[in-house]
Design a protein around this ligand. Structure first.
Ligand code: ZN
Ligand code: FE
Length: 239
């Protein structure tokens, strides 16, 4: 499975995954259609599926146009069927979604929104976490509770340590500064920040991140309990 990281809008990432031989593709969270179309045409792909992690406009903005152009099917969480534009296939927690050569496990990870999900391509060791887990951060709690977000992050934390994290935004450097302010003696974090800066200076994404690194460096994954997590999450809102 090949993957292309597509920068969209200001700081979003959409991800195109495809089978190089059969030319079938899925896009995860198309914020907008144009940059995605460009990449599809460049690689001469058939966009079979559009996978949405949640209903926010910067994750579904390209749904309608891409579906119209490529006759793709849109996959999203069953409880969000009324707010994910043009949804076709409803998935639920712990379901294995399998089509063509694509196979992903779906996790319901509420907190940022009540219907947020992640797609975990187990064989490829890649997870698409939308706005729940970011590199060195986590999403704002808009609809859910702190407890839901804490539990959702703990679910991801239990996955194999070599899992690659593909998240919805390039927030890594801002997140890094918050981690450093609250965890100033973490040498592993300092090392990671050095690498992140090098990528960004070269106009490259800081993504993917490896789960093992996140567990050691991401202050939200290091939170010992709900109380500690909630305090950090509130601090970050005003950082
Ligand atoms: Zn969002
Ligand atoms: Fe977002």
């Amino acid at each position: 499975m090949e993957i292309k990281i597509i920068p969209c809008l200001n700081d979003n990432y959409s991800y195109l995954i495809f089978d190089k031989n059969k030319k079938n593709a899925c896009v995860i969270d198309p914020s907008e259609s144009l940059p995605v179309i460009k990449e599809i045409e460049k690689n001469q792909l058939n966009l079979k599926y559009i996978l949405n992690t949640h209903h926010h406009y910067d994750h579904v903005g390209g749904n309608k146009e891409l579906k119209k152009k490529y006759h793709s099917k849109i996959v999203g969480f069953k409880d969000d069927k009324d707010r994910i534009p043009e949804i076709d296939i409803l998935v639920e927690n712990n379901q294995i979604w399998k089509k063509e050569s694509f196979e992903a496990k779906v996790y319901h990870i509420p907190g940022h929104t009540t219907g947020h999900i992640a797609f975990h391509f187990i064989k490829e060791k890649k997870i698409f976490t939308g706005d729940t887990l970011f590199s060195l951060g986590c999403g704002r709690i808009f609809e859910g509770t702190h407890e839901q977000m804490f539990n959702s992050l703990n679910k991801i934390k239990k996955l194999p340590k070599d899992t690659e994290i593909y998240c919805g935004h390039e927030y890594t450097l801002k997140n890094a500064n918050f981690c450093l302010a609250n965890d100033p003696n973490n040498s592993k974090l300092k090392e990671k920040i050095f690498k992140i800066k090098k990528n960004l200076d070269n106009n490259l994404p800081s993504i993917p991140s490896i789960l093992a690194d996140e567990i050691e460096c991401n202050i939200f994954l290091k939170a010992k309990n709900l109380e500690n997590f909630s305090k950090l999450r509130d601090l970050k809102d005003n950082f």
